[in-house]
Design a protein around this ligand. Sequence first.
Ligand code: SF4
Length: 317
Amino acid sequence: MYAYGPVPSRRLGRSLGVSPIPRKTCSYNCIYCQLGQTNKLQVKRESFYPKEDILSDIEKVMNPANVDYITFVGDGEPTLCKDLGWLIKSCKQQWQIPVAVITNGSLFFMEDVRQDLKSSDVVLPTLDAGSEEVYRTLNRPHASIGFEEMLQGQVDFRKEYPGKIWLEVMLVKGVNDSDESLVEIKNAIEQVKPDRIYISVPIRPPAKPGVRPPEPGRIIRAHEIFGTTPDALDLTDRESGEFGLDNFPDLRTTIIEICSRHPLREDQARDIDTRFSGAESIDTMLSDGSLVRVEYQNVSYLLPANFIRKTKQNNLR
Ligand code: SF4
């Protein structure tokens, strides 16, 4: 399944997600990643799947009345998909729904990536480091991408892109939340000139043990340092809203599909449970071992068991 949802998004409303790449294929291996460790760290763009199949999958789950954005997001970095431009244009032609791309912004130095993104309406890149050192610690990029090259790519993209850029800054305790780091990030943001900034913190179980959100005072300090041009908006609370379940056949498929891309809080999973009838329930999936409960910041999350196994294996490497 390449398309799923719509899922409730704090930035995009009812967002129909499209993942055109294999799970955890990424140019980064961020310590805060909610999808676990990167399986394939790469910068080479590829056609991972037939683009026509991806489009027909979007068609299958599409209910235009129930979707605010078609969002290319990926279980990794969507700009690694060589067909992204074709897919965005095809969606725009077929449905009158805005297209968003959530990306780590690391490949904007490539002209073909910038060209591919041009037909989208909103691009949401990440920029949460202002120096090479923090960049390497936090985002753990592919060895061929340097901080300055990544930043210059985002600056060049801003000059060429007619749509909106909503930048996301993820703050991690003790890594990029000092005054020095925040000022460096602000300097980088000023070069990119986004239309919006979102400040977020890790709210789901991270790839690297020990990753924590900053203290509330540091988040307030980030708002002070980033200032008001544009306003930095807060994404540090939990998301709410209903998941679109129309195209899922049963509870098991629904929970595994959504959890693999978007770790679910237990209360969200139990809410989904009430919307299906049948013998299976969240409790049967927990007891037969297909789901595992993980506590993070005093909140209970449910993750697919194979997801946990892979993350543990990768953490041991
Ligand atoms: S957070 Fe995004 S950019 Fe970072 S490793 Fe995960 S998928 Fe890749």
